[in-house]
Design a binder for this molecule. Sequence first.
Ligand code: SAH
Ligand code: SF4
Length: 360
Amino acid sequence: MTVNLLDLDGKALSAFVSGLDEKAFRARQLKRWLHRQGEADFSQMSDIARSLRDRLAQVAEVSPPRIVSDSVAGDGTRKWLLDVGNANAIEAVFIPEAGRGTLCVSTQAGCTLACEFCSTGRQGFNRNLTTGEIIGQLWLANRALGAAPGGERVISNVVLMGMGEPLLNFEATVAALKLMIDEDAYGLSRRRVTLSTSGIVPMIDRLREECPVALAVSLHAPNDALRDRLMPINRQYPLAELLAACARYLERAPRDFITFEYVMLDGVNDSEAHARELISLVSAVPCKINLIPFNPFPNSGFVRSPRRTIERFSQLLNAADIVTTTRKTRGDDIDAACGQLAGQIHDRTRKAKRLEGVGS
Ligand code: SAH
Ligand code: SF4
């Protein structure tokens, strides 16, 4: 069986190369070809000895997910639908902005956590993505977008905010994160790679130890009663525990901050009282708040808060010295917005069953 080299982080690639009785520096060369150059054809890897290139062609392959469709929205947002086998599809989205380009990456085919307002959560769960499927999204997008005229990469930031809960696919996700920040692979700074989580407390602690990238936490409610309802995972890891984990995360990187995401749902979590409760909830954690206007999907049962309500909510937080931004909705015409990364998932779980694991 051939090894998909996209499944290997730096350490695993070194082990693979030494298993072929090759010198250690070959692993670095290979990593640069694979990830910096985006090269899939071993015969093109000109500074690698021909004998090794031939050997690689026999025992290894470079196989990213197959592209099913590639669409570009009026505002430049670009979305790839990717086949991950067994009729499951995931999505990756590139969002160009002044001075930076962000790629939004998926980590699971579906999600087990069933948040009420999330279309991925409503679809169910099929399986975890492999490292090759996660890093493969960046690999493919880099190849498709090429370099900017100055030679700089178009993708300057990566956010793990596509389909799935990254901390419930920990090993594969961390291997992919390590490649993202590896100088010889994608070379992104730790602060330009953001993992977004619904709040899997023990895994936040492990991430801090193993790969402390920037952390975004989906809060969405300022008290346990409401968060229990919107995000069932809160019954297992309630707010006090989650905020304590956020504070511990920053001990490792004191100059950092947590980004709290807060989806604005009309009449549900967007009152002035909610804003005040949110201010006191996060007061002990250095943070920024990102308000996300709800992206509707069929039969969601929720409505996006009116613009005035979002502005007022934001003003209250800013007045309390919490830096607050409101996410622009992008790529509306190609359904590339948050929570619409629907793909196509063949649910292998029953929703009731999934929730059983979540209740405390
Ligand atoms: N599972 C992780 C990361 C993926 S979701 C998490 O929950 O954090 C990325 C962000 O989009 C999360 O903050 C999520 O709550 C938000 N989101 C999900 N559905 C949404 C919707 N319909 N409208 C707006 N934001 C949504
Ligand atoms: Fe899963 Fe995140 Fe969607 Fe919740 S918001 S269902 S954790 S992808």
